[in-house]
Design a binder for this molecule. Structure first.
Ligand code: EPZ
Length: 419
């Protein structure tokens, strides 16, 4: 298994170009299964989850061409109708459950493997299934598969989510755009990745309205015509590099971002003493003085994103005083804590609350990545620790960060991948 060797202690300085959003690419590319015609997407990140999705889309009867250099992904028009992606592909990417929606909407039937949990939590899909049933799907979960049928097609319904769910909101948007009648969703997730999905589908002829009170109204249409779409920048990748600048006491210009999507993170960073200069589609970040300890609670957007929790924890280990992080979205998203403690961090966990007492310096060590964002928090910690840190199981990292070593080394880091 591959690992990263990081020689820390260097101040990062220079420019980072952020890639397209993984979490916008997945639902948008999956929604193209609604079309008969070809579709084309730009600014698609070169990350492992995209390659897994390409395999899934191919199994479902499409040809897919991904120009890695131009980051353009083309999906051919429908060749044959396939409704049953194999477990071997589904088990590697949880977002695969999203294919239920377009297959049901288009063909009236679908069979996908029940996604397993992952290290950060059980990751149930009950809200996806509850909402698809409200649209008229008959769903049977047996032997680890979800068997869905809607022989008379899907019909609009009123859906009130008991819990805000990004994936379940995406499922229903994709399922409802071709349904008969009107679908009204309450308590919807409104992450920027969902707004990008809505913008893309409306460009293709869908009729989706939303407001900031978490209400979405979808009027079913008869046809959708695919248009080209440029995926939004990855706000979590951008924020991760912002932490890299602060944890190494460096200064970075972070380019190809949508600063509006980062406001919730910028407000925390400014409060703790970071200097942030905003430009049209980039920002500069550095710190003049010692940063102040902080208290964060993860919430659905526009609250503080759970996908930045691990990265802020790495930063907190370097801030004098006591910081507090409450993880309220996932039940087991502190797996990076034990690894950070192997590097000398002083962290105490009580249920969903982590208290981090800042120390002088972390020590280099051999550590293990456990999930996507935990792995990048270890990279950040390693960048600040003196000596060489080895991070094992970096396939987790490759799922969501494109060209990480190259981007860091261009800013003066010393990161090497080894088998
Ligand atoms: C999306 O996951 C993201 N993944 C996650 O990013 C992100 O952490 C999460 O949203 C929250 O922002 C993608 O977009 C591919 P949820 P998703 O449904 O849709 C519970 C990363 O690092 N829930 O909003 O799976 C669930 O267990 C990944 O890029 C149910 O109970 O998240 C969790 O506690 C990690 N039943 C909470 O809701 C359901 O049917 C929020 O989950 C669905 C979810």
């Amino acid at each position: 298994m591959q690992k990263l060797l990081i020689k820390g202690g260097k101040k990062l300085s220079g420019e980072v170009v952020v890639s397209g959003s993984k979490n916008a690419s997945l639902p948008i590319i999956i929604s193209s299964l609604l079309f008969d015609d070809a579709a084309q997407f730009e600014n698609v990140p070169k990350v492992k989850d995209i390659y897994t999705l390409i395999n899934l889309i191919k199994v479902l009867g499409r040809e897919v061409e991904f120009d890695e250099h131009k980051e353009v992904l083309k999906i051919s028009k429908k060749k044959k109708d396939k409704y049953f992606p194999p477990y071997s592909i589904m088990k590697t990417m949880r977002a695969g459950v999203l294919v239920l929606a377009p297959l049901l909407a288009k063909f009236g039937k679908a069979k996908v493997s029940l996604p397993g949990g992952c290290s950060i939590g059980a990751r149930p899909v009950n809200l996806h299934l509850y909402a698809l049933k409200k649209l008229g799907a008959k769903i049977n979960v047996k032997n680890g598969y979800i068997d869905a049928n809607a022989p008379r097609g899907l019909s609009g319904a009123n859906i009130k989510f008991p819990t805000i769910s990004v994936g379940a909101t995406e499922s229903i948007i994709i399922a409802a755009v071709l349904a008969k009648g009107v679908t009204k969703i309450s308590n919807a997730a409104l992450e920027p990745e969902i707004i990008d999905l809505i913008k893309f589908l409306n460009k293709c002829g869908a009729d989706i309205q939303y407001n900031l009170k978490r209400k979405i109204v979808i009027k079913g249409v008869k046809f959708l015509y695919p248009t080209r779409h440029k995926i939004i920048p990855d706000r979590i990748e951008a924020a991760t590099y912002a932490i890299a600048a602060l944890i190494t006491n460096g200064k970075l210009l972070i380019k190809n971002v949508d600063n509006d999507h980062l406001e919730n993170i910028f407000s925390v960073l400014r409060k703790i003493g970071a200097n942030i200069k905003i430009f049209k589609d980039s920002f500069i970040i550095f710190r003049k003085h010692q940063l102040k300890p902080f208290k964060i609670i993860t919430k659905p957007y526009p609250g503080f994103p759970t996908d930045m929790q691990a990265q802020f924890m790495a930063l907190a280990t370097q801030i004098k005083g006591s910081s507090e992080i409450n993880e309220e979205i996932f039940e087991n998203r502190f797996l990076h804590v034990s690894e950070l403690m192997r590097m000398g961090a002083d962290i105490e966990i009580k249920k969903q609350k982590a208290t981090i007492r800042g120390i002088k310096n972390l020590n280099c060590a051999e550590v293990m990545a456990t999930d996507l964002r935990a792995s990048v928090s270890l990279v950040l910690a390693a960048l600040s620790a003196k000596g060489v840190t080895t991070i094992n199981r970096i396939y987790h990292l490759d799922r969501g960060y494109s060209k990480l070593e190259k981007k860091l080394n261009l800013c003066g880091a010393s990161v090497r991948r080894s088998a």
